[in-house]
Design a protein around this ligand. Structure first.
Ligand SMILES: Cc1cc2nc3c(=O)[nH]c(=O)nc-3n(C[C@H](O)[C@H](O)[C@H](O)COP(=O)(O)OP(=O)(O)OC[C@H]3O[C@@H](n4cnc5c(N)ncnc54)[C@H](O)[C@@H]3O)c2cc1C
Length: 302
């Protein structure tokens, strides 16, 4: 199988991330069709290239020197950006992995389909939300996933259901494979006005608690069982700590913001200092939530 037509070299990744940080991808392809996606994965397998998938780039920290291997991005303007609603009982919708999550949330609310209203204000794509099992402390996007279409390492499309799929706190069995679409099963129908109210409240809560006006990648660390990492970091006095252009948000101590010109090295230095301070003062070992490409955040901890 030949190289994908869309293949380019040394593509800058910083503009594709919400942090706005990081070097280029050695190889990069933006994929419009299932056939292109199959060819890209098979090409990578043949050339033994490590594959990375980028969605909305809202949970990513890319190394300043960039990332080796092949970075794949699904294009949302064609089949990977489709939403096919079905108003069965319960409603089951077929959704492309490149659909922006805010668009899907808006569409379900408008049509009175319950289940995503609490996700209002969450950035990224449907593929990223499923891979990360994004959401709140107790629920995740994976609760809605009835089936996932993925491209396996041989470039074949597989439909995964039931026991072939697993979701846990901020992780899923999809990590490492290219998910191209989902069947989402929603709990039921509710009056759109009620959903709008719930979504507005969720967005307001987020705006109060998160620095949404600054560039970030969401929470840097996972919550340890039963405790908020943000609270621990706050108690340890991390708010306002800085390294180069990276700063711990005054609004939420688990958010590092790019205060201007930050590099991945600044973020990693700051994350290591935060990690060390929580361990030293509270005896808790925090685990990274943000996905790092080109380096391991853990390797920067003492
Ligand atoms: C301001 C802000 C607020 C946030 N609030 C929250 C929050 O409240 N709760 C929460 O859980 N998260 C939150 N996040 C983090 C982030 O938005 C979520 O993790 C989001 O779901 C990631 O989606 P994405 O498309 O941006 O994925 P990316 O950041 O592009 O990728 C994240 C991971 O998913 C994988 N991935 C992406 N697409 C695919 C695919 N098609 N197939 C297979 N794997 C894929 C990537 O390889 C990577 O490992 C926040 C981020 C920001 C910037």
């Amino acid at each position: 199988m030949g190289a994908p037509e869309a293949l380019v070299e040394n593509e800058p990744l910083a503009p594709l991330t919400t942090f706005g940080i990081g070097g280029p991808a050695r190889w990069f392809a933006q994929l419009k069709t299932v056939d292109e996606a199959r060819r890209a994965v098979a090409f990578a397998a043949l050339r033994k290239l490590r594959v990375h998938i980028i969605g909305g780039g809202s949970n990513l920290l890319v190394a300043d020197g960039g990332v080796d291997g092949l970075v794949l991005r699904l294009d949302g303007t064609d089949e990977f950006g489709r939403i096919e609603p079905e108003f069965s009982d319960p409603p089951v919708w077929r959704v492309g992995a490149a659909v922006p999550l805010p668009r899907l949330v808006g569409e379900t609310i408008r049509r009175g389909v319950a289940g995503l209203e609490e996700f209002s204000g969450l950035p990224g794509t449907v593929g990223g939300a499923a891979a990360m099992n994004a959401g709140g402390a107790t629920s995740g996007f994976g609760d809605l996933v009835a089936a996932a279409l993925v491209i396996d390492a041989d470039g074949e499309v597989r439909r995964l259901t039931g026991g072939e799929l697993s979701f846990a706190y901020r992780r899923s069995s999809l990590a490492g494979s290219l998910a191209i679409g989902f069947e989402l099963r929603f709990p039921g129908m509710i009056a759109p006005e009620d959903l709008i109210l719930k979504a507005t409240r969720a967005r307001e809560r987020k705006a109060e608690r998160q620095p949404l006006d600054k560039r970030s990648a969401g929470c840097i660390f996972k919550n340890p069982s039963g405790v908020s990492a943000g609270k621990l970091l706050d108690d340890a006095g991390c708010k306002g700590m800085r390294a180069g252009g990276a700063e711990v948000s005054e609004v939420h101590a688990n958010f590092i913001v790019n205060a201007g010109g930050a590099g991945a090295r600044d973020v990693a230095t700051l994350a290591a200092a935060m990690h060390g301070r929580v361990r030293e003062r509270l005896g808790v070992e925090l685990e990274p939530e943000v996905k790092c490409w080109g380096f391991e955040l853990r390797d920067t901890f003492d």
